[in-house]
Unconditional design. Structure first.
Length: 233
């Protein structure tokens, strides 16, 4: 298995260095691909420095500020072109802890997609208010009901994909942004008949930097899920 960890970044300079170092330590067979969307805080320059320091780190620059979805699509395409067997997507703010990478990759032993899940036994969230917990759980229940998907954490952004799954997805036909992008990818894989499994993780609120999520993005995601259902994608 030849995995690459895809990290989309925008203004993550304070997090990127420690995160990359920890990934390299806990996942010794994996490379790291940083996809920076023209961060004004120097994240892109730091990515170049890390790539020069560590042979397993690659830096990619795309116009920005752009969407998370656009960064992931460009990263996925680059990873496939470089012949990686597995692509892992994860946030660059330590919300997704690198220590869960070995378990996430192990989940691919008998599956095509391994989802880092907050809502299976052994998973959880840390430092969240009760309101945020309720909204997140309700959102996942909503997705499951509308799209008839049996997974507990469809909005997770910590996911390992075997390359043949991403090769089967038409990236040019992906239209969702934000949380809905995470759902759309899993929905496509589910509809194509691939096997998805969930492995437990604990999700942590970012310690450094500002969140890119907004109430509007949550509403937009709910509307997008309905569109997936109506279109019967």
């Amino acid at each position: 298995m030849r995995p690459v960890i895809c990290l989309p970044t925008y203004c993550e300079r304070e997090n990127l260095g420690p995160l990359v170092q920890e990934i390299l330590e806990v996942a010794p067979t994996a490379d790291v691909l940083v996809v920076d969307s023209a961060s004004p805080d120097g994240t892109g320059q730091l990515a170049d420095e890390l790539a020069g320091q560590y042979p397993r780190v690659k830096a990619m620059h795309i116009p920005g500020p752009g969407s998370m979805a656009a960064a992931y699509v460009q990263g996925f395409k680059a990873a496939l072109a470089a012949d990686y067997d597995v692509v892992v997507q994860m946030d660059a703010d330590f919300s997704h802890q690198p220590r869960y990478l070995p378990g996430l990759l192990e989940g691919l032993t008998d599956a095509d997609v391994s989802i880092g899940s907050r809502y299976v036994h052994g998973g959880g969230v840390e430092q969240w208010s009760l309101g945020r917990r309720v909204v997140s759980r309700a959102g996942n229940l909503y997705v499951g009901a509308v799209l008839s998907m049996p997974y507990k954490d469809t909005t997770s952004g910590f996911v390992a994909w075997r390359r043949h799954v991403l090769e089967a997805v038409d990236f040019e036909d992906l239209h969702a942004e934000g949380r809905a992008f995470q759902v759309e990818l899993k929905f496509r894989a589910h509809r194509l008949g691939f096997t998805l499994v969930e492995v437990p993780i604990h999700f942590w609120d970012r310690v450094v930097g500002a969140s890119k999520l907004t109430p509007k993005s949550a509403v937009d995601s709910m509307v997008s899920v309905l569109k997936f259902r109506i279109k019967g994608e």
